[in-house]
Design a protein around this ligand. Structure first.
Ligand SMILES: CC(C)(COP(=O)(O)OP(=O)(O)OC[C@H]1O[C@@H](n2cnc3c(N)ncnc32)[C@H](O)[C@@H]1OP(=O)(O)O)[C@@H](O)C(=O)NCCC(=O)NCCS
Length: 258
């Protein structure tokens, strides 16, 4: 009943992944990428009725894109897909499984709770438009404390930071810092792999002043590097600023598998 997706699944599956949310859906944009990555699981009756993609990284499973055809919901299909992704993960020695759920998506939250996922953290998604702005003072960070900054966002996956990832970020000047007395704000800059000209920023805000310095820098940096949009993911709620707009808040759900 559960198998790997094939090229032929794209059309029937996208038929029920178009108007999933009030703003539409993103499965069409990521389908080819996920198919080539593998672990794109399809639940099939006589035809595909559900999907879920899993990304395995170190001791972590990232579960994304759970979609069940509205005609086939409440039959434990999503639950079976998630459990399948976990079984595959355990074979790869995964210790933790994560997924991101809109705080207003009560059906998905109930499904996740029923599978023993717990709210680990709350994250806010803000959008910001590129613009010339020279009113900022930042430094490039070269020694981040891994105890304080455990994850960063890459293509909407919360991935663990480790020393080798960090040293690449330091070399590429992808971690910026603004210092304000004792409270630094930090931002990690990553290109989106699925959406062109999109800068994804994991932001850790230490104080209002320092975070505004970073946001001003990001606006200007994105303008100079010709990005079209900036997506900021942060645990904190950000101050009012120019085109900065709060879009959605998410729960980062976590399950311990061991
Ligand atoms: C959320 C979604 C994936 C659930 O799929 P599903 O196959 O219907 O879920 P399951 O049958 O495995 O549900 C398991 C449990 O979750 C809870 N649940 C699921 N949908 C629910 C709903 N609409 N209302 C209340 N509880 C719900 C129930 O506790 C359910 O067990 P029960 O039916 O025995 O009461 C599906 O509704 C969907 O595709 N929604 C749109 C896309 C989406 O939100 N994806 C998740 C993004 S993180």
């Amino acid at each position: 009943m559960i198998r790997e997706a094939t090229i032929g699944d794209k059309i029937p599956i996208l038929k029920f992944c178009k108007n999933t949310f009030s703003w539409g859906d993103y499965i069409e944009q990521v389908w080819d990428f996920w198919l080539s990555e593998g672990n794109l699981f399809v639940f099939e009756k006589q035809f595909p009725v559900g999907i879920c993609h899993a990304f395995y990284f170190k001791d972590q499973i990232w579960i994304e894109g759970i979609r069940i055809d509205p005609e086939h919901r409440r039959q434990k299909i999503a639950s079976k897909l998630v459990m399948h992704a976990e079984i595959v993960g355990k074979e790869k020695n995964a210790s933790f499984s994560y997924m991101l759920i809109d705080i207003q998506n009560s059906s998905s939250l109930k499904m996740a709770h029923s599978l023993d996922y717990e709210i680990f953290q709350t994250w806010n998604f803000f959008s910001l438009l590129p613009k010339h702005n020279l009113n900022h003072k930042i430094q490039f960070e070269k020694s981040l404390n891994l105890k304080r900054y455990s994850h960063y966002v890459k293509s909407w996956r919360w991935l663990p930071l480790d020393d080798s990832t960090l040293s690449k970020f330091y070399d590429d000047k992808k971690i910026i810092k603004s210092t304000n007395l004792e409270n630094d704000s930090i931002a990690i800059l990553v290109d989106s792999e699925h959406f062109t000209k999109t800068l994804i920023v994991t932001l850790f805000s230490g104080s209002e002043n320092s975070v505004l310095q970073l946001i001003s820098f990001l606006q200007n940096y994105a303008m100079e590097k010709k990005y079209e949009r900036i997506q900021i993911l942060t645990k904190e709620y950000l101050p009012t600023f120019d085109t900065l707009e709060h879009k959605i808040s998410f729960y980062l759900m976590k399950k311990c598998l061991v």
